[in-house]
Design a protein around this ligand. Structure first.
Ligand code: BJW
Ligand code: ZN
Length: 240
């Protein structure tokens, strides 16, 4: 069982504004592969820019559609894990919590989190590749790619490489990070920008910065505390 330092317990109890920033590692214990794990990662077989980019979709929309359809089914088949549940519990217990996620899987919402700021979109929604209009929920059992009223192909409403993040979510996330007195970065490789900038921003504005990850990342050297372990175990210990 992970030991949580007393100092962190008291910082958590006294936090005026806790910001929690999550990445794929938070959903790993639910059975969703992370992106950059060489063996089991989602990109073990493909180069990321081949599938998760506008160029990739333009070159081979059906392969990209099928890959996301397969991933979306997997997201629906799994359950939130103790990390998602502990985060939702902290939202209930503390006066002010902002949850910022890079995950597109919808597991935070299913665990009871209110309104996570989804910086990289949501795999369960669609948008038009051509006019960017909202394309509604992902339809059931559709093999051929649906089209928008404008004639463009619909695509998953996620943020691909080279695309801008949703402006207002990023703005609110940056404001929250600057206001945070305690910032938890959980299960992210801290490699993908601009999201990866947020913990550094929080630290520069005076937050106590805690990283939870079994592996070191480029953030580790800047963190006040690194809890090396699986998100589910560490977060369960944190709320115990
Ligand atoms: C556990 C665990 C357990 C395992 N418990 N932990 C500055 C410098 C260099 C490059 C750039 C820069 N600024 C922008 C860029 C380019 C690019 C970028 O960042 N590239 C880097 C890779 C170098 N960024 C972009 O293109 C962004 N857009 C942009 O900047 O636009 C600006 C612009 C636009 C237009 C005109 C002009 C300017 C967009 C980035 C979009 C990222 N999209 C993806 C795909 C989403 C859709 C999908 O799901 O398919 O988002 S990529 C992928 O990476 C996904 C994730 O959200 C994101 C982050 O990954 P994450 O969550 O950190 O996962 P992993 O796998 O990397 O790490 C998992 C971690 O978990 C590991 O550390 C494990 O150890 C740990 N772990 N088990 C806890 N049990
Ligand atoms: Zn359209």
């Amino acid at each position: 069982m992970t030991r949580i330092p007393d100092d962190l317990v008291s910082r958590l109890c006294n936090a005026c504004h806790l910001v929690i920033f999550t990445g794929a590692g938070v959903s790993a214990e639910s059975g969703i592969p992370t992106f950059r794990d060489a063996q089991t990662g989602l990109w073990a077989k493909y180069r990321p820019e081949e599938l998760a980019s506008p160029e990739g979709f333009r070159a081979d929309p059906q392969t990209v559609w099928d890959w996301y359809a397969w991933r979306r089914e997997r997201c629906l088949a799994v359950q939130p894990n103790p990390a998602h549940l502990a985060i939702a519990e902290l939202e209930r217990r503390l006066p002010k919590v902002t949850l910022i996620t890079q995950n597109v899987d919808g597991l935070h919402q299913r665990a009871g989190s209110g309104a996570p700021l989804e910086l990289h979109g949501n795999i369960h929604r669609l948008k038009c590749f051509k006019c960017r209009r909202d394309g509604g929920d992902w339809p059931e059992d559709v093999r051929s790619i649906p089209r928008c009223e404008c004639g463009g192909l619909l695509r998953p409403a996620v943020v691909w490489f080279g695309e801008s993040l949703p402006e207002s979510a990023l703005e609110v996330a940056a404001e929250a990070s600057q206001d945070a007195d305690l910032f938890l970065s959980i299960g992210t490789s801290s490699l993908v920008y601009p999201a990866a900038e947020l913990p550094f921003l929080a630290k520069r504005h005076g937050a106590h910065l805690v990283e939870i990850n079994p592996q070191p990342t480029p953030l580790s050297a800047r963190a006040d505390l690194c809890l090396q372990g699986a998100a589910g175990e560490v977060m369960a210990a944190l709320i115990a």
